[in-house]
Structure formats: structure tokens, C-alpha cells
Design a binder for this molecule. Structure first.
Ligand SMILES: C[S@@+](CC[C@H](N)C(=O)[O-])C[C@H]1O[C@@H](n2cnc3c(N)ncnc32)[C@H](O)[C@@H]1O
Length: 258
């Protein structure tokens, strides 16, 4: 009888929380992936914009691409950041929406929320709040957001269909989804998708690129733009091997709610 391998989603969630607790509390530790300001600048984040937000949020940046050029966040808009981490993208968005706009960062890791909230208080970011929730079940009203952003997060969700459906639900008609995430050229084999450690490192949960695009369109979006982020790379040997073998890549994209 063949043994059927399945992903233990409870174990996965614990590992994801533990890994991103470390990213919040010990940002200079070595991970499978790069973190921090040098990565952000290489991905295309403008230095002058980074200079205007808390350094500690930048230290714990664990995103995979730049997408604000696609997002074109406007003053007065309401932005929802899925998996806001220590808050770097939320703070950047907060400066763009200004006093008349609002940013809601959503995360499930307590240490990330604690850090992001402390930084918002210390630096007087009155238009940002960080909410403890899962991106699969957003505590937000239908049609209440102009734009949903996310960086390096949706690959970590076992049910991506649910995440895209929630993004579509909270957006107003014509609202935008702008994100950076990890996808693959070929479908990952079960040995990789059931490896919770590789999953928590942003590889094991990566969806095949065309399937990812189809999942977004099936949720009610039209894809407007997609670009590859050649500047992003994994750092550990194990992660790099999987990257080479399965064409694991970072992409940034913009989609509009139909
Ligand atoms: C790779 S980090 C990226 C954080 C942030 N976007 C950044 O660019 O630094 C992933 C974040 O998503 C959060 N996360 C992962 N899965 C989640 C889920 N299902 N619901 C809420 N947050 C989640 C983790 O706690 C972590 O803070």
C-alpha cells in the first residue's frame, strides 16, 4: 500500500508563526531568505521613501518584490496589507494615503503585530492599524477597501483560493490587488509541498505560475500587469536547490476587481 503524504496544516501554521516571530525579534539572524534594508533597496524600494519610515520595520522586511510602482497608491485611499509583518509596506502605504487615507495591516503572528504597533505609536502613524487575523478570513466589510497589497505572504497560505476570494470581497468594484509573491515554473512535487520547513521558507507553498494567475482571475480579478523580480534570490543551499530545480521565482503583479 502506498503511503499518501499530506501537509499537516496545523504544524505548518506553528512553523510559520515561529519563523516570523524570529524575523520580528531577531531580524539579523540567518534565514533561508534575505531580510532587511539592503534587500528592499535591491528589489527597487526608493531610499528616500525608506528613510521616512521606522528603521526597525525595514530590518524585519521579509518581502520578495517591489510592487508600489504598479499599485500607484493615492491620497485618501483605504489599503489592506495581507501579512503585514513588522509593517514596512504598511508604513510606506500610510505615507502615500496621507491623513485622509487609512491602512489596515493583517497578520497572525503576535510578535510581528506587537512590533508593528509599537513602531506606529513611536513614530506617530495615526492612519495605520495592525489587526490580528488570518488572511483567509478578513475582519473587514465587503467593498470597504480601494486596494489590497501583500508581499511574500500568499505562498504561505494552504488555501490560496480563499485568500483571493477574501481580497475580492473586501475590495470595492474597480479596486486593485497589488502584490509580490513566489511562484514556480512547474508544479512542485509532493515531497516539497509536504515539507513544512520549506513551506515556511516561502518555497513549499508556491503555486505554479499559470495556476496562480488563474486563481486570481477565478476570484473575479482581471490581471493588468505581471513582472518577474530577477533581483530576488533565496540564500540557503537547500532553498537554492529547490529554486533551480522547479523554477521558483518572485513576481509582482497588479489586478483589478471586475
Ligand atoms: C514573509 S513574511 C512577509 C511580511 C511582510 N509582508 C514583509 O514584506 O516583510 C510573511 C508574514 O505573513 C504572515 N502570515 C502568514 N500566513 C498568514 C495567514 N494565513 N494569515 C495572516 N498572516 C499570515 C506571517 O506571520 C508573516 O508576518
Amino acid at each position: 500500500m502506498s503511503e499518501v503524504q499530506t501537509l499537516d496544516t496545523h504544524d505548518l501554521e506553528q512553523r510559520v508563526r515561529e519563523m516570523y516571530r524570529e524575523v520580528a525579534e531577531e531580524p539579523f539572524k540567518e534565514f533561508h531568505f534575505e531580510t532587511g534594508g539592503a534587500l528592499a533597496k535591491r528589489l527597487g524600494y526608493p531610499s528616500d521613501e525608506l528613510d521616512a519610515i521606522p528603521d526597525e520595520a525595514i530590518d524585519s522586511f521579509a518581502g520578495v518584490g517591489y510592487y508600489f510602482d504598479l499599485a500607484r497608491v493615492q491620497p485618501g485611499e483605504t489599503v489592506v496589507d495581507l501579512g503585514s509583518g513588522s509593517g514596512m509596506d504598511s508604513f510606506l502605504a500610510a505615507r502615500k494615503v496621507g491623513e485622509t487615507g487609512r491602512v489596515v495591516g493583517i497578520d497572525m503572528t503576535e510578535a510581528q503585530l506587537t512590533k508593528a504597533r509599537r513602531l506606529a505609536d513611536e513614530d506617530g502613524f495615526a492612519n495605520v492599524e495592525f489587526v490580528d487575523a488570518r488572511i483567509e478570513q478578513l475582519p473587514l466589510a465587503d467593498g470597504s477597501a480601494d486596494i489590497v497589497i501583500s508581499n511574500g505572504v500568499i505562498n504561505l497560505a494552504p488555501d490560496k483560493t480563499l485568500v483571493f476570494a477574501e481580497a475580492a470581497r473586501v475590495l470595492r468594484p474597480g479596486g486593485r490587488l497589488a502584490l509580490a509573491d513566489i511562484v514556480t515554473s512547474v508544479q512542485l512535487p509532493v515531497g516539497v509541498t509536504c515539507d513544512a520547513a520549506l513551506w515556511a521558507a516561502c518555497i513549499g507553498g508556491a503555486m505554479q505560475r499559470d495556476d496562480y494567475r488563474e486563481a486570481i482571475e477565478a476570484a473575479g480579478f482581471e490581471l493588468d500587469d505581471l513582472k518577474e523580480n530577477e533581483q530576488y534570490r533565496f540564500v540557503s543551499k537547500r532553498a537554492d536547490n529547490a529554486t533551480q530545480k522547479y523554477g521558483v521565482k518572485s513576481v509582482s503583479l497588479l489586478a483589478s476587481k471586475r
